[in-house]
Ligand binder design. Sequence first.
Ligand code: PLP
Ligand code: ZN
Length: 417
Amino acid sequence: MSFIKQYRCTLCNQTLDYDKKIMTCPSCGEKGILDIEYDYEAMRKFVDLNYFKQQEDFTMWRYLPMLPIEKKHIHQMLNIGGTPLYRSINLEKVLHIKALYIKDEGLNPSASLKDRASGVAVLKAMECGYDTISCSSTGNAASSLACHAARMGLKTVIFVPKRAPVGKLNQLLIYGSKVISVDGDYKDTFNLSKLAINEYGWYNRNAAINPHLVEGKKTVALEIAEQLKFKLTDWVAVSVGDGCTIAGVYKGFYDLLQLKIIKKIPKLLGVQSTGCSPFVDSYKHNEPLKEAMENTIADSISVGIPRNPIKAIKAVKKSLGAWIAITDEQILQSMKQLGSNEGIFGEPAGVAALAGVKEAIKTKIIKENETVTIIMTGNGLKDPLNAQKAVKAPTLVKPRLEDLKQIIEEKGEKRHA
Ligand SMILES: *Cc1c(COP(=O)(O)O)cnc(C)c1O
Ligand SMILES: [Zn+2]
């Protein structure tokens, strides 16, 4: 059963019959990113509060009737989604806000939120009869694609910029991808992958271009909503690179609004690094998006030319949210803070959401009486070298109790405060 109505081009607004093989608008070309529209009238008769209560699948596929995916191969997939949403115990006191929730997407099979999109990409490629999938990625889109393709027996050709962090690169190689490391930045990497995909006819998992991916990513919002018993927080914060994740978060809440399951979409806080902040710059100066430098440790959001600008800008605007930039230093502080206060270890782009929330509290965008959910998008073990910058090196000691005692007493670390 599918409730898909049609495609709509986000650029020229024309509608198009749904065809799983079409990627972008035929009139607008590559910039004509398509949005999948559903028949909510019909969907509502099937997907209601009762549907959620009775659904026994706790992976992202519990939302199958809301997705543009056929059922047939799903039972073979690794478990994507069903990640925990934790109420903060310590941080919310430190930050002086009413409530803080953390959605830990690092617990997905390849350890990032990207699994939600890649799962959809792999299934769609299988539906369309492809045996090879390709993408360019700063890391997680690739490692998640490699992971799920390996499981389902598809080949992958992955283009990564040479700066990709070691954890993510190792994932690709372990999952058996053909990895092309491009001697250039993400823009160069993306362009080469585009040429190669055209040349060889592989299935295209490039973010934005493929309209099914945002639909996969929206399941994170559906889960958050369910986990909060549909009483959403005032804000949901997420870091932004290409803009597909925040667009997906918006789409999930939008679907629930159309189904009359929630009354309001939370305000979305789009977080970028000051080292690469095209969306924030455009928002601040009220100007069209301009290409930005790619100069941040948060590799997952180091995207100089975002590929999904229209959907991302709309998500923040329609939700009455805001854009904010934080420095790499703030990211590293937040990494340590989230780890030591809540036991959750995030990669730089994952903890950027927390850094953004702190900055938004400081600048009074988020008020004390408001509630916040942060989407922690990726696991910290993916990028050990940057994590090392967030902490002090451990103390080295000779294997003798006297030496140990001296160090412990000197540092006043005898008792844990
Ligand atoms: C991809 C990614 C993002 C940003 O998603 P976009 O769709 O590029 O905006 C944020 N965090 C992590 C860990 C990611 O992998
Ligand atoms: Zn168009």
